[in-house]
Design a protein around this ligand. Sequence first.
Ligand code: AP5
Length: 216
Amino acid sequence: MKLVLLGPPGAGKGTQADLLATGLSVPKISTGDLFRAHVSTETTLGLLAKSHLDAGTLVPDEVTVGMVTARLAEPDTCPGFILDGFPRTLTQARLLDEMLDHDGRRLDAVLEFHVDTAEVTQRMSGRRTCRACAAVWHLVHRPPTCGRCGTCGGELYQRADDEPATIAHRLQVYATQTAPLADHYHTCGLLAQIDAAGTVEQVSQRALAALMPALG
Ligand code: AP5
């Protein structure tokens, strides 16, 4: 299964990508996670990406596409993959099509998650991430254990881009630069729209139901 997840910041793409990756036995590839790993280890790419992540703007296409091209060349992606947060511009979408075409691969489906702005803002405001294993928690919906990561016990932090002003800017960037991708994938016959309100389990069931035709 070769899958793209679209949706505004905080819609729950990463949460659903983890569940789908486990269920479908394919790797999750999150460009946000890859950038944050580069930032924390202070690589050249991380130093370049940091100001964009902090401001809630997009990292330039050529940098992002280069990073994803390298990741998709790794052998664990042969059976499939789940792209979380990529593509995010029409240029990235076209280059992804070319990249896959070149390898004789093509996407099976694109899921677009819909949630209203109040809910995504609430989800992002309560999000806490583990510094050690990058597991994602929520103060209300997926509470950590005694203030620490429920998976590995690591220290939790609040993402710098989950501040209210940056959240608002990220939502605006999504609306102008990424939302138009839905039309592109609808035209390709790949798009399925998912109501992402409700519990993680409810959204997961809707996502799996939408994938049934592609799963055969
Ligand atoms: P990225 O990390 O991809 O951020 P995003 O797309 O803004 O998405 P989020 O990670 O904020 O949210 P999500 O939808 O994954 O939600 P989650 O599952 O965590 O990108 C960060 C930055 O990197 C960008 O701003 C940009 O600078 C750069 N970047 C990344 N990709 C790029 C690209 N392709 N091109 C250029 N730049 C790029 O859930 C959110 C919270 O809600 C969690 O606490 C979770 O526990 C909770 N939750 C999840 N589902 C539910 C539910 N159903 N009910 C209640 N709570 C829920």
